[in-house]
Design a protein. Structure first.
Length: 195
């Protein structure tokens, strides 16, 4: 079973051990070197005044990512933050790197600005992949200024402040998460048919 989530909803979610111990909260989502999957999470302490921690959780140590918390086996699952950041590229190192970037089609049309990242959490296969962006749309999508979801191919080209998607992606834009998983699947199937 898989679930779609906005990365902004994962931030500040508590990190809890299987014994029920509340050990941290998510500070940021960190993406893998190619930007296609979630590598893990940087952490902050719990409570209003708690600051960033020098520990992180790599995705392989996550027992479950639910709507209310991230579960880990125990505190041994927390690793030095360098272990996590060392596996990623600087461009895609954290969620904040992508936010504000402009999404362009490979034909040069500006679609809008990224305001959130959509991930698919697959509980059976224990993976968490980036499947789309939530963008504030440009006039090119018909409803300037509205938030829409755009699916991403398995691999993404990023250069500087621009993220490139195939022009075909615009046919699969959705305005809510409900039908977005099917749109991502259909989009990726169509891309495979072109190769």
């Amino acid at each position: 079973m898989s679930v779609l989530m906005r990365c902004s909803e994962i931030i500040k979610r508590p990190v809890i051990t299987m014994d029920g111990e509340d050990v941290a909260q998510v500070k940021d989502v960190v993406y893998g070197a190619d930007g296609g999957e979630v590598a893990g999470f940087t952490l902050a302490g719990r409570g209003i005044l708690a600051g960033p921690l020098d520990r992180s959780v790599v995705w392989n140590s996550v027992a479950a990512l639910g709507s209310d918390a991230i579960m880990i086996a125990d505190e041994d699952a927390l690793t030095p933050i360098e272990d996590l950041l060392g596996t990623t590229s600087s461009r895609r190192g954290s969620g904040s790197d992508v936010l504000g970037a402009e999404v362009l089609t490979d034909t040069g049309t500006a679609l809008g600005e990224v305001v959130d990242v959509i991930v698919e959490v697959d509980t059976e296969n224990r993976c968490c992949d980036v499947v789309g962006y939530e963008i504030v749309s440009s006039e090119a999508l018909g409803h300037k200024g509205t938030k829409v979801l755009i699916p991403l191919p398995d691999t993404l080209s990023a250069s500087g402040d621009h993220l490139l998607v195939p022009a075909d992606a615009t046919a699969f834009v959705r305005d809510d998460l409900a039908g977005f998983g099917a749109a991502v699947d259909a989009f990726r199937q169509q891309l495979k048919g072109h190769h």
